[in-house]
Write a protein that binds this ligand. Structure first.
Ligand code: NAP
Length: 253
């Protein structure tokens, strides 16, 4: 039976990928900073990747390590998490290290988080551990949370001007990631995106009624997305459109 250790298993993607791995018959060991209850085929290990050796007790020789834990808010933090995951995979002699990354990273280097992700890809690729890097565009779930945070009473949604995204549902990324995790390492997997490129104003309008106001918001992430930089080139299209996904997600609207 394949043993798969998943960091960030409680996150948007982790929540979707863990049940798929279990349904495929893998034994899953999941890392979280908080204690969580075990379920059949799923063991939680409590640990913080910013502390020494959190994966020592979890990761065994020959295991697959799926690294999804992420820290977008502080420059350098995401790279440190990736460094901890790579070192753990090297020490334990993991058979396969999977790393999630972002479509079009080279065009998005105005944001510290994306600089971290590109450097982390380099660490993974040079680790000596057989690896797979899967790049996708932004998740519908992330865009929905962002729109909620940008919405003021009224409602009035403030939007970053000049930004187009082509998001995908985390469930579709999880399906691809689960298949890759249970297969042989492929290095750089084909990029994935959702079916439709939409401006932020279109994303907001398809989410529901309310006024929108597009502004040049001074946020590094939004600056990185300017001028179509986040729109993938030649990526494979998967999952539901934003509109179909939103219609099925009452709590995000
Ligand atoms: N969100 C997107 O739109 C998107 C798009 C493309 C690629 N990706 C990539 O996909 C991966 C997963 O993203 P996501 O959106 O699922 O992330 P997320 O929802 O923000 O979840 C992040 C996870 O990281 C864990 N974590 C954070 N700091 C940690 C630490 N110090 N030690 C251990 N665990 C820690 C958290 O677990 P606990 O709180 O349980 O400890 C949490 O489950 C990331 O590599 C991200 O860059 C995301």
């Amino acid at each position: 039976m394949t043993r798969v250790v998943v960091t960030g298993a409680s996150g948007h993607l982790g929540r979707e990928v863990v049940p798929l791995l279990r349904a495929s018959g893998a034994e899953v060991v999941a890392l979280s900073r908080r204690p969580r209850p075990a379920q059949p085929g799923l063991t939680w290990v409590t640990g913080d990747l910013s502390q020494p050796d959190p994966l020592r007790a979890a990761l065994r020789s020959g295991d697959v390590l799926v690294h999804l834990a992420t820290q977008p808010l502080r420059a350098g933090a995401d790279l440190n998490l990736a460094r901890a995951a790579v070192q753990a995979a090297q020490n334990a002699k993991a058979s396969h290290l999977l790393f999630m990354s972002i479509a079009g990273l080279e065009r998005l280097q105005a944001a510290p988080y994306y600089r971290d992700k590109l450097a982390a890809e380099g660490l993974v690729a040079q680790s000596g551990v057989p690896f797979t890097i899967l790049r996708t565009t932004q998740f519908h779930e992330f865009v929905a949370e962002l729109l909620t945070r940008l919405t003021l009473p009224g409602p009035l949604t403030l939007l970053p001007a000049g930004v187009t995204l082509q998001p995908l549902e985390a469930q579709a990324a999880a399906r691809a990631l689960a298949d890759l995790s249970l297969g042989s390492p492929v290095g750089h997997a084909p990029e994935l995106c959702g079916p439709q490129a939409l401006t932020f104003a279109e994303l907001a309008r398809q989410r529901g009624p309310g006024r929108v106001l597009s502004l040049p918001l001074p946020v590094p992430l939004f600056r990185a997305w300017q001028g179509g930089a986040a729109v993938p080139r030649g990526a494979q299209t998967v999952g539901r459109t934003w509109a179909h996904w939103v219609a099925a997600q009452e709590h995000y609207r």
